[in-house]
Design a protein around this ligand. Sequence first.
Ligand code: UDP
Length: 320
Amino acid sequence: MKLLVTGGAGYVGSVCAARLLEAGHEVVVVDDLSTGHADAVPNGCKFVEADIAEAAGDLLAESFDGVLHFAAKSLVGESMQDPFKYWQGNVVTSLRLLEAVREHGTPRLVFSSTAATYGEPDVVPIPETAATRPTNTYGASKLAIDHAISSYASAHGLAATSLRYFNVAGAHQGFGERHTVETHLIPIVLQVALGQREQVQIFGDDWPTEDGTCVRDYIHVTDLADAHLLALEHATPGEHRIYNLGNGTGFSVEQVIDTCRKVTGHPIPALVAPRRAGDPATLVASSERARSALSWQPKHADLEVIVRDAWEFTRARHQS
Ligand code: UDP
């Protein structure tokens, strides 16, 4: 298939672009490099540096078999302080992309949605049928896009899939996480192990969880990328399907830090800090629907493997 990948210079987008190439697809990446890196775009992709909202119409006029839409603002804390950036950067940009998809009759869309659309869950592990009550603007903006996609699927026959990622981590064949401003737990802890930070802050130890720190479901980025390939294969015109992607096992912030200590051999000092605005206590996926409907099977579910791959990537970049 000929596929347009928005945000293919970012972490998940670049890994998925690499996996799409490995599977024999033709890939065009569009990215404005606001947070991505040109050298993260895999060799073999055509790369267009442009604002997605502005460029989508012209790009899709070339006739694509599908769009994988990764480009987004994705920081929970920032979304609470600067909501315009999220409503504009996520919702408005995605609507412009959807309009280009409709105008040019692009048949398939796979969208990077998020566990943050659910908010504080009533049921754990969280199924796709759970109530969506986001606790932060990031999650609300992604949920709004999910709703827009449903409307486009039913009105215009789009074969659409939203993949709701839980906590993506790890690295794939030299492609990994390297945000200019890092806010995610595992990369921050690994920066401590590299000596780039003195300590990691634990955002709250009085949450209603076993050890008092927040619980998240960490999924290896290679497993996540594989789900995108399957979503493309299983897409049905006029339907918008939603799948959670996680391992179904939760790890607390303390447990993640301990695993990083084990993998890196570094003591990793940690300090308890106040809670972060917008964080739910526990987010763990039920991915039963993806497993049964897409035959998706995570192959790297062990947290130690996820951290080890992230550590190898981080250390290799640090040394080069
Ligand atoms: N977290 C933390 N210290 C940090 C970064 C994150 O305690 O320096 C916590 C955060 O509050 C959340 C978990 O680690 O409970 C995962 O956060 P992350 O930002 O990696 O992903 P999110 O769950 O927000 O998508």
